[in-house]
Write a protein that binds this ligand. Structure first.
Ligand SMILES: *[C@@H]1O[C@H](CO)[C@@H](O)[C@H](O)[C@H]1NC(C)=O
Ligand SMILES: *[C@@H]1O[C@H](CO)[C@@H](O)[C@H](O)[C@H]1NC(C)=O
Ligand SMILES: *[C@@H]1O[C@H](CO)[C@@H](O)[C@H](O)[C@H]1NC(C)=O
Ligand SMILES: *[C@@H]1O[C@H](CO)[C@@H](O)[C@H](O)[C@H]1NC(C)=O
Ligand SMILES: *[C@@H]1O[C@H](CO)[C@@H](O)[C@H](O)[C@H]1NC(C)=O
Ligand SMILES: *[C@@H]1O[C@H](CO)[C@@H](O)[C@H](O)[C@H]1NC(C)=O
Ligand SMILES: *[C@@H]1O[C@H](CO)[C@@H](O)[C@H](O)[C@H]1NC(C)=O
Length: 484
């Protein structure tokens, strides 16, 4: 359904007509409830949320306390940025330079937007990104043995301690990219071949640096190019990233280097562990591959996906964190809002403490900003789409009302199509028996440019009228069109 094809007549407003039964829990389709918010830098609600995040951050810098717990904020150098695909440039940036960096004889003494941090494991995400740009995801089900046959050859002659060698013929590139290979975290004293498998491939997610080494090697064999060159050609050049590099920059200029280049980890080369499409491929990429044991966390390739409750619905955050020497970093993308943020930090105490700080800051930021984004999206949808629509075709008695309430997604009421009351006559709503319908439309991404398309998702709630087939919660017979 594309409401913008209907001629807009009068804008009739049905107040804040919330679900008659406010305990009714709407079950929306996963994905954005409203078109992603645009023009955030001039939205008061967004600016107010930025203000409350800044207040929380300033308080943390003064007291080292955050609402989620104590951190070591004021001895951490940090750069925080927020961005939206609807605007060029950053929506927000904040840089804080701690005494160790102000005092450092290496790199910058004052952090700003040109300052360079080490990214750590965010490089894994960039390796997969490079892979997708250069090769695509069509080979994700190919076994690694196809590209690195030495693995099979050597595993015939060398055995791991317990004999349980990974099966390289069934371990796929996609599993290597998503921590689903069953390989160990790092190979320590032995070699990859002699390190026993932790699981069979495809069973359980287990963080594996080894997986990314192999993926990088496969990428080099497939393309005949070095991962670093593919990174430069595929990402750095097209995006004109002046200060981003695969290898450690030769110069420390603009580097954020607390202490010195050794203690900070600045100079340590990650080798192949360093950063090693098409829209449809990107959509495939931005999905989970597996659950984790955590109820709110899934893993992609190699996204770390957190599920947040925002405005009464689930919003998925696609993240990747990194830790390297003094550096702790986090990149967060929120596809529902076409919004993201990054937190880059350096802290002489090390990346374990750094990671704690980073997640505390992410909590501060997310708890202020995400609800505001949903509300801005709701307000913008209200301004753009809410109203009473009637057909202008002569003789055609068709109309409907679109409105927003406090629940996710635009709501449709009073839908009449060519004289037929859709809810009553087609769906079978019986208001006299206390039936209640919640009919909503959610953006579907089928259109581009200025066109927005919506797909319906509706539920009908009937007071319990039979015992045997109770499909609902709370004693109501709840029919969910999109999942029943
Ligand atoms: C840093 O935090 C501590 C509390 O841990 C506080 O005593 C100190 O004043 C803060 N330093 C600065 C520069 O704000
Ligand atoms: C700054 O450097 C001086 C001289 O190297 C040192 O004495 C001092 O402790 C340093 N201060 C901080 C906060 O690192
Ligand atoms: C893996 O495939 C190779 C080549 O097809 C074969 O020689 C080898 O026996 C296979 N290994 C296992 C464990 O299936
Ligand atoms: C770096 O700093 C550490 C700790 O202060 C010190 O032990 C080391 O000698 C320094 N290295 C260099 C190259 O200055
Ligand atoms: C939607 O817009 C109308 C008209 O501008 C306004 O009265 C109403 O409060 C808005 N509703 C919400 C939930 O923002
Ligand atoms: C509307 O309904 C009338 C009467 O049932 C029918 O003749 C006409 O074809 C319908 N128009 C459309 C566009 O469906
Ligand atoms: C249009 O159809 C609705 C539903 O059947 C009906 O209540 C209404 O009176 C009709 N309006 C006109 C102008 O025919």
């Amino acid at each position: 359904m594309r409401v913008n094809l209907y001629a807009l007549a009068t804008v009739v407003f049905v107040g804040a007509s919330i679900a008659a039964d406010t305990s009714t829990k709407i079950c929306p389709v996963l994905g954005p409830a409203f078109p992603a918010p645009v023009g955030l830098s001039s939205e008061k609600l967004f600016q107010a949320a930025v203000g409350s995040f800044e207040d929380a951050l300033e308080k943390a810098l003064e007291t080292d306390l955050s609402t989620n717990g104590p951190g070591q904020f004021n001895t951490t150098t940090m750069s925080i940025g927020m961005f939206s695909t609807s605007e060029d440039g950053l929506l927000y940036q904040r840089h804080y330079t701690d005494p160790a960096v102000r005092n450092s004889s290496f790199g910058t003494q004052q952090v700003d937007s040109r300052s360079i941090y080490r990214l750590g494991s965010i490089g894994k995400l960039l390796t997969v990104y490079s892979f997708l740009i250069s090769v695509g995801d069509q080979r994700f089900n190919d076994p690694i043995a196809k590209y690195i046959p030495e693995l099979v050859r050597d595993s015939k002659t060398v055995k791991s301690q317990n004999g349980m060698t990974p099966d390289w013929n069934e371990t796929t590139l996609g599993q290597l990219a998503s921590h689903m290979s069953g390989l160990s975290h790092d190979y320590l004293l032995h070699g990859l071949i002699t390190e026993p498998a932790l699981f069979r491939s495809g069973c359980s997610p287990m963080y594996s640096n080894n997986g990314f080494e192999l993926l990088g090697l496969a990428l080099e064999r497939i393309t005949g190019s070095k991962v670093g060159d593919l990174f430069t050609e595929g990402i750095v050049r097209p995006l004109a990233l002046h200060d981003t590099s695969y290898a450690v920059p030769k110069s420390t200029q603009n580097g954020v280097i607390p202490g010195n280049t050794t203690v900070s980890g600045w100079a340590n080369d990650a080798g192949i562990l360093g950063p090693a499409g098409a829209p449809a491929q990107t959509r495939r990429w931005m999905k989970p591959v597996t659950f984790t044991a955590g109820i709110n966390m899934a893993v992609g390739a190699p996204w770390e996906i957190y599920r947040a409750q925002v405005g009464g619905r689930t919003v998925d955050l696609y993240t990747k964190d990194g830790g390297w020497g003094a550096y702790a970093t986090l990149l967060v993308l929120v596809p529902d809002f076409k919004f993201g943020f990054s937190i880059l930090t350096a802290n002489l105490i090390g990346s374990n403490v750094g990671a704690k700080n980073v997640y505390f800051i992410a909590e501060m930021l997310g708890s202020s900003i995400l609800p505001a984004l949903e509300n801005v999206a709701r307000q913008q949808a209200n301004a753009t789409f809410a109203g009473h629509y009637t057909s202008i075709a002569s003789g055609l008695n068709s109309s409907l009302t679109v409105l927003v309430d406090i629940q996710p997604a635009l709501r449709v009421e009073n839908w009449v199509s060519n004289g037929t009351k859709i809810f009553e006559e087609v769906i079978g709503l019986d208001s006299t028996s206390g039936d209640y319908i919640d009919f909503r439309i959610q953006p579907n991404n089928l259109y581009s440019g200025n066109e927005v398309g919506f797909t319906r998702a509706w539920q009908i709630y009937r007071p319990l009228r039979h015992q045997l087939f109770d499909m609902g919660r709370d004693g109501s017979d709840n029919l969910r069109e999109h999942w029943s």
